[in-house]
Design a protein around this ligand. Structure first.
Ligand code: NAD
Length: 300
């Protein structure tokens, strides 16, 4: 069965739009998200454009700050400071990756935790690890929402995550091992140095794939009846397509689909949920209540 990220993210966005209507009806301004885009990388342009468009659709304000590929780190940090100090803006994201001459760590640390709706600031990451209310990184948060809304049982299941990035794999492993629902999984975190990866993936009741290699996971690596979450998005050249490329996930969808109980498509799966989660975080920032109730209780 398909885990339909488009359908569920549309539901989430409709709920957020209603929240905004109420906020405005009570005399408050709507949430305001600012995005900084450095350079003109095709994929980053697309991601930022869809984030801004989603804001507009549900009644948020948005500001897109475009900076040249050659901007200095100091100039970028100055822009971040200006937004940090702007009381009219609730959330700030800096689209990654950044050009090589800019230190991404210094940049993510500069976004004040209260506006860090991507959940990349070390203070927010630390809170996540401790199970404290915070902004949860959008992709794992969107996956949790998807599992929740499809009522997928996670407690006691073996979850295998492929990829240990700070924005996807590591927080995902953390969230699913928590004493919460969804959560309470036994988690195995696999990465580029994992030996005999297939031996782990075949044991997975829930397999979350985030390594960035198109169609890497094949049917022989998946257990019958597993839940498969495909995070990967890779542009693969395709001259028959008008754009010259097609988007592929990390899972060979055609052969894995019939073997598993649930699977996310690419596109239309995790990517949609990521944007929905970012919008949820932005509303939280607006309401100035960083109490991520879903993850607040029963941490042990
Ligand atoms: P990354 O590129 O930062 O890290 C990749 C991870 O995969 C590393 O931890 C590495 O150890 C692991 N890895 C690499 N080769 C491996 C192998 N052969 N076996 C096992 N592990 C291996 O990853 P990222 O930023 O988390 O992105 C992963 C993918 O997810 C990319 O395709 C990216 O575009 C996509 N992504 C999608 C969304 C979304 O909203 N759908 C969000 C973020 C990232």
């Amino acid at each position: 069965m398909l885990l339909d990220g488009k359908k569920i993210s549309d539901e989430v966005k409709a709920e957020l739009a209603e929240d905004v209507r109420q906020l405005v009806a009570n005399g408050h301004r709507p949430p305001h998200l600012a995005a900084i885009l450095v350079g003109s990388d095709g994929a980053s342009e697309t991601y930022v454009a869809s984030k801004v468009k989603s804001c507009e659709k549900i009644g948020y304000s948005s500001t897109l700050v475009r900076l040249s590929e050659n901007v200095t780190e100091q100039e970028l940090l100055k822009e971040i400071d200006a937004i940090n100090n702007n009381a009219e803006i609730d959330g700030l994201i800096v689209q990654l990756p950044l050009p090589k001459h800019i230190n991404e760590q210094r940049v993510t640390e500069r976004v004040v935790p209260e506006k860090d709706v991507d959940g990349f600031n070390p203070i927010n990451v630390g809170k996540l690890v401790l199970g404290l209310p915070t902004f949860v990184s959008a992709t794992p948060m969107g996956i949790i929402e998807l599992l929740k809304r499809y009522n997928i049982e996670t407690s006691g299941k073996h979850c295998v995550v492929i990829g240990r990035s700070n924005i996807v794999g590591t927080p995902m492993a953390n969230l699913l091992s928590r004493n919460s629902n969804p959560g309470n999984c036994t988690v195995t975190l696999c990465h580029s140095r994992t030996k005999n990866l297939e031996a782990f993936t075949k044991q997975a009741d829930i397999l979350i794939v985030a390594l960035g290699k198109a169609e890497f996971v094949t049917a022989n690596m998946v257990k019958e009846g597993a839940v498969v979450i495909d995070v990967g998005i890779t542009r693969v050249e395709d001259s028959t397509n008008s754009r010259g490329y097609v988007l592929k996930g990390d899972v060979k969808f055609d052969e894995v689909e019939s073997k598993c109980s649930y699977i996310t498509p690419v596109p239309g799966g995790v990517g949609r949920m990521t944007i929905a989660a970012l919008l949820q975080n932005t509303l939280l920032a607006r309401k100035n209540r960083v109490t991520h109730i879903k993850y607040q209780n029963h941490v042990s």
